[in-house]
Design a protein around this ligand. Structure first.
Ligand code: UD1
Length: 428
């Protein structure tokens, strides 16, 4: 089993380059299944979720070839199956996009229920409602979803909740549907726009992505194209918070600052200094930082995927902060681990009350999901002494070369594969 060993209390300084967006990658890779031809996807992050998706596509008969570390060529001309087994999928949440992509192209799909990060009930009823409105018969039983249609016909679909996954999935299923499909109360996250841009480049007719009404007019054919995906908003935010929590000075490069506005505002509110330019943001922080309240919302609100990291920063801010999680019902599971490092947080339902600034000291902790893992890494960077983090699988799902990137900023972080380093914890 592998662990991260982090010696904290070192201000991070320097420059970090942000990779392509995980959530865009896991939508655009399956979207390439809609294309009967060769697509080249650039700026892909080198993370487990991408590797898993490439494995699934290959097992379905798609030819996938890495032209470089971050550029993937996908030829989905010869897909030989619309049926996916649980063994093919491993534990990918975003596997739900296979349903929309296969239904859209072949009018049938047989896909296991999605896995992925465990932070509360994550239904896919809205995805299914959308497929049914388009004319598919959908059955959910024996741990899988089967969808089939003789014909998909454009219609009006209102999402009860502005779900990211449902918006992209319905968009994919509707690309070849007869007539026009309208998604109302659509989600507006940057990766929805990115996926729509990719499909439009291939010849789809999708209008309004990035607003709450998306119109998809069915086309007969998509052509393979070259496309570069957007930078990762959440990875960028994690490094911006890393700069703040260690009272460092970090230039976060290759980003779209517009995507970072809700975090930029919060970091300024706690007292960090920010320099924002066309494709980078520099974060400079000095003690003391002050408390702030955070409420997670759909884009352009504060992203739930940065909530654990921001809550961790607030433990180092003077005063009481309130964090209200409105998107997922149990996304505070990491708090228990954070308190092991000395954080003072009490939970009241979907609200965390954070008392700062608390003294953090190294301990052994376990990542309970992807962003929870990131939060523990941030806490470890701020803590006195040595922290050991296990369950790295989650962190590897979404952060490219995190040890190298943090080390280049001056962090003392190592990946170890045994218990050899345990004595270090005693010394701390
Ligand atoms: C996506 C992101 C994830 C992020 C989340 C919210 C990907 C691969 N993952 O997840 O990182 O945390 O958006 O920004 O892009 N809901 C329903 N019924 C549905 C679908 C969703 O009730 O059919 C509810 C969920 O329970 C949740 C809310 O809608 O409360 C938002 O979920 P959704 O936007 O769908 O999240 P994901 O697409 O799973």
């Amino acid at each position: 089993m592998e662990h991260f060993i982090i010696n904290g209390s070192k201000p991070l300084r320097g420059t970090v380059n942000i990779s392509g967006a995980k959530n865009a990658a896991v939508a655009i890779i399956p979207a390439a299944l809609l294309v009967d031809g060769v697509c080249i996807i650039e700026n892909l992050p080198q993370i487990e979720d991408v590797a898993s998706y490439v494995g699934v596509l290959r097992s379905m008969g798609a030819e996938c070839k890495f032209l470089s570390d971050d550029t993937l060529q996908i030829d989905a001309s010869n897909i030989c199956t619309t049926r996916i087994t649980p063994e093919q999928l491993k534990d990918m949440r975003a596997s739900y996009y296979l349903i929309g992509a296969l239904l859209g192209r072949f009018k049938k799909a047989d896909v296991p229920m999605p896995g992925g990060c465990n932070f509360g009930v994550r239904p896919i009823d809205l995805h299914i409602k959308g497929f049914e409105n388009l004319g598919a018969k959908v059955v959910q039983e024996h741990g899988k979803v089967t969808a089939e249609a003789s014909n998909l016909v454009g219609t009006q679909i209102f999402l009860d909740v502005a779900s990211v996954g449902a918006t992209i999935n319905i968009m994919m299923a509707a690309v070849y549907a007869e007539g026009t499909t309208t998604i109302e109360n659509a989600a507006k996250e940057p990766h929805i726009v990115d996926c729509a841009n990719f499909l439009n480049m291939c010849g789809a007719k999708i209008k309004g992505a990035g607003t709450d009404v998306i119109r998809i007019t069915g086309v007969d054919k998509l052509e393979g194209k070259r496309y570069s995906i957007i930078p990762d908003q959440i990875e960028a935010g994690t490094y911006m918070i890393a700069a703040a929590i260690t009272c460092g000075d970090v230039k976060v490069c290759n980003i779209i600052p517009k995507h970072m506005e809700s975090l930029t505002a919060k970091l300024q509110e706690v007292g960090a200094e920010l320099v924002v330019r066309e494709d980078w943001i520099r974060v400079i922080a000095k003690k003391p930082l002050s408390a702030a309240n955070v409420k997670t919302l759909y884009y352009p609100g504060f992203p739930t995927d940065l909530q654990p990291q921001m809550t961790t920063l607030l433990t180092q801010c003077e005063g009481v902060s309130y964090v209200n999680e409105t998107v997922f019902d149990t996304r505070f599971q990491y708090v228990d681990q954070l308190t092991r490092l000395g954080a003072k947080i009490t939970l009241e339902g979907r609200m965390a009350v954070v008392e700062g600034a608390s003294r953090l000291t190294g301990a052994e902790v376990v990542a309970t999901d992807l962003r929870a893992g990131a939060a523990l890494m941030l806490a470890a960077l701020a803590a006195e002494g040595t922290t050991k983090i296990s369950n790295l699988y989650y962190i590897d799902r979404g952060y490219e070369k995190i040890v190298q990137k943090l080390s280049a900023l001056g962090a003392e972080v190592r990946r170890v594969s045994s218990d050899d380093d345990l004595p270090m914890l005693m010394e701390a």
